[in-house]
Write a protein that binds this ligand. Sequence first.
Ligand SMILES: [Fe+2]
Ligand SMILES: [Fe+2]
Length: 157
Amino acid sequence: MQNRLEELRKMLDRIVIGNEPDKICMYASHMYGVSKFCTLLAEKRNLNAELATTCGMLHDIGYMAGGSSDNHAIEGAKRAETLLKEMKAYNDNEIKIITNAIANHSDKRSIHDEYDELLKDADVMDHCFYNNDFSIAEWEFDRYNNLLIEFGINLIK
Ligand SMILES: [Fe+2]
Ligand SMILES: [Fe+2]
């Protein structure tokens, strides 16, 4: 396998978008937006950028691949585990890091492991930087402000 992320990207484009180009805007912009913020945060926090990017790409597969948005974090973690095992390119420890982050990503008010926190923060960044005119959701407010501080951005709302 040449590059795990590119292999995964091809699979996700097939699973999530398929023959429905509307889903590029609906889903792919968030999937890849979050994955890029994951990369940035991993570089900033000295974590493994490839694993972090993978977390972002897969984090909403629970609803993007056809499931319900209710409980999509837990369901998505199971789906991601199956997909990553099928790829045979990730070891058990890597799969555990990725699936734990996905399972915990909806719980924005709690603090979990470093990859879980990175994924939650990247999700918040993609929501909050989507349109600066939109107000920040109450449950994302503290994370958003902490991220501005982390990046030295003086734009506290
Ligand atoms: Fe989500
Ligand atoms: Fe998300």
